[in-house]
Design a binder for this molecule. Structure first.
Ligand code: NI
Length: 211
């Protein structure tokens, strides 16, 4: 019996796995996120005038891939050093449950988004941010909002959102206006390392803030 073809197949499969993992690791290492202190995070980002432009389409792809690699609930273009008004949100139903939110938030890229509070109810909510690693804080947010924006394929979106969904939109849109969540906080005794808060909060919630 000739075994060479099988050996050749195994060898090819091993080479394929090696190439894929090397490329993936390279991708992970090259993903750089702007950190608190960087000027780009405290500036108002510019409107995107041409949604169909190749540069806009390319940025949408990069933003989505950063969002996926980070396993984030939201991400904003200035965090990947692009000071333009583009953000992404999205949470699976399973993950939303950990934040006591009953349903999935569809993965959506929004260009030139707007936000309007509906009512004056303010809720205190725990937030983290990839630009402020390993930290969390209790932030006041509107409980009920309407938000709009255009997707990269030119579709206009207008949604009402409450609770966790509304909080994520406010956090990401704040990035486009140069605000980081500690700048929204009223009580800085509720700002600190996730590690230091972990014994005082539900473990499934704390797990979501370790980044
Ligand atoms: Ni953030």
């Amino acid at each position: 019996m000739r075994k060479q073809p099988e050996i050749l197949l195994i060898l090819l499969a091993a080479i394929a796995v090696l190439i894929i993992t090397t490329q993936w690791n390279k991708h992970m290492k090259t993903m750089k996120v702007a950190l608190i202190g960087n000027e780009i995070l405290v500036q108002r980002s510019k409107e995107l005038t041409d949604i169909r432009a190749a540069s806009t389409q390319q940025l949408a792809k990069e933003l989505q891939s950063s969002f996926e690699i980070a396993k984030a609930t939201g991400f904003a273009a200035p965090q990947i050093f692009q000071p333009v008004r583009m953000m992404i949100i999205g949470v699976s139903a399973e993950r939303a449950k950990k934040f006591n939110y009953p349903e999935a938030i569809p993965t959506t890229i929004l260009i030139n988004p707007t936000l309007e509070p509906l009512g004056s109810e303010i809720v205190m909510t725990w937030e983290g941010c990839y630009s402020i690693p390993k930290m969390m804080g209790l932030v006041p947010r509107y409980n009920h909002i309407r938000y709009t924006g255009t997707t990269p394929d030119g579709k206009f979106i207008s949604r009402e959102a409450t609770g966790f969904h509304a909080f994520i939109v406010q956090h990401e849109l704040d990035h486009l206006d140069g605000f980081l969540y500690p700048m929204r906080m009223k009580d800085l005794t509720k700002f600190g390392y996730v590690e230091e808060f972990k014994n005082r909060l539900p473990p499934q919630l704390v797990a979501e803030y370790i980044n």
